[in-house]
Design a protein around this ligand. Structure first.
Ligand code: SF4
Length: 323
């Protein structure tokens, strides 16, 4: 347990957490909505520092990150907390409920990487924002030791902490769940605008990709998909976008996303964005040159790279993929 970085002390030993746009107001003894921060005698503490709920090795593509070190394996760790409460959470057993945790402080994490020759670490599965102090300390140590850092996040964070953290994060996948604020309020207990602000601010400052889980009847209309594509195009049309297939999970019982919806979404997006991929279905997820359509990265069975450094070998277009 360590003192939280972003909070304000108020009268009667109350505190206001300033880490995310929920701005929880906590009386002594109370814990925030994320279950990760607690007011103890007028001081806000991060109570999940270094407490890890799960550790595993994943392919980079599983994050999903397709334009950051394709084909590499990445050590993936997560905490036992989240500041959203999505009805369709795919990891609800560890994000929404208390489960046993293991201590893994930043030095131990580095040692684990050294011993196993691990070059990349992802803060993922649950919400790394609610693990802020730990992610910041660990990311600094990892980067100092030339280990790439990745965050898979809902993007629901205030600008000041985001600005402090981002220089130590090499790549991020931000989940843009919908372009409808009502969707965020009704199904996630959050709001849309802070997520859009995070995407705008982070673009160009790290290797950024966006994921959108398409849920039938909730965010899969043509107008919703179009609005999402228009927003990303406005930020940067080279940002990779992943449409992901939804399966019923946690409190949501809607039918799984039909494959046809995913293909249609891809068709709409490809009119304005250069790199669009589909997740959770078996399909061609290769990277093609947006100009001449040459195959650049094949992801069938194993990763094959046909790029000439960072350029298309046929038409010489620069392709934003970090190796
Ligand atoms: S980080 Fe947690 S405690 Fe802080 S405002 Fe967000 S939900 Fe509340």
């Amino acid at each position: 347990m360590i003192k939280a970085k972003y909070f304000r002390q108020l009268k009667n030993d109350e505190v206001r957490c300033l880490l995310c746009p929920h701005y929880c107001l906590l009386k002594p003894g109370e814990t925030g909505r994320c279950r990760a921060r607690q007011n103890q005698q007028g001081i806000l503490y991060s109570i999940n520092y270094a407490k890890t709920v799960t550790i595993s090795m994943d392919p980079m593509e599983k994050k999903p990150l397709y334009h950051y070190h394709p084909g590499e394996m990445i050590l993936s760790i997560g905490s036992n907390s989240c500041n959203l409460s999505c009805d369709f959470c795919q990891n609800y057993t560890i994000s929404q409920f208390d489960v046993p945790v293991k201590e893994l402080n930043p030095e131990q994490l580095l040692e684990l990487c050294d011993q196993n020759r691990i070059n990349f670490v992802a803060f993922t599965y649950t919400e790394p924002i609610t693990w802020f102090e730990y992610v910041l300390d660990a990311a600094k140590i990892l980067q100092d030791n030339k280990i790439g850092t990745v965050m898979v996040t809902n993007g629901f964070i205030n600008q000041e902490p985001l600005k402090e953290l981002l220089p130590f994060i090499n790549a991020m996948n931000i989940d843009l769940k919908s372009m409808d604020d009502d969707f965020y309020q009704r199904l996630c207990g959050a709001r849309l605008q802070p997520v859009l602000d995070t995407i705008r601010y982070s673009s160009g400052k790290c290797c950024l990709e966006i994921t959108n889980l398409l849920i039938p009847g909730e965010n899969d209309s043509e107008s919703q998909i179009q609005a999402l594509v228009d927003f990303i195009q406005d930020v940067d049309d080279q940002l990779p976008l992943h449409f992901s297939k939804y399966y019923p999970q946690y409190k949501m019982t809607n039918q799984p996303t039909p494959d046809a919806t995913l293909y249609e979404a891809k068709k709409i997006a490809e009119k304005k964005l250069k790199y669009v991929y589909l997740g959770n279905i078996l399909t061609d997820n290769n990277t093609y040159c947006p100009k001449c359509k040459k195959l650049l990265i094949s992801r069938e069975n194993r990763i094959r790279n046909y790029l000439n450094e960072n350029r298309c070998p046929d038409c010489n277009t620069i392709i934003p993929i970090e190796f």
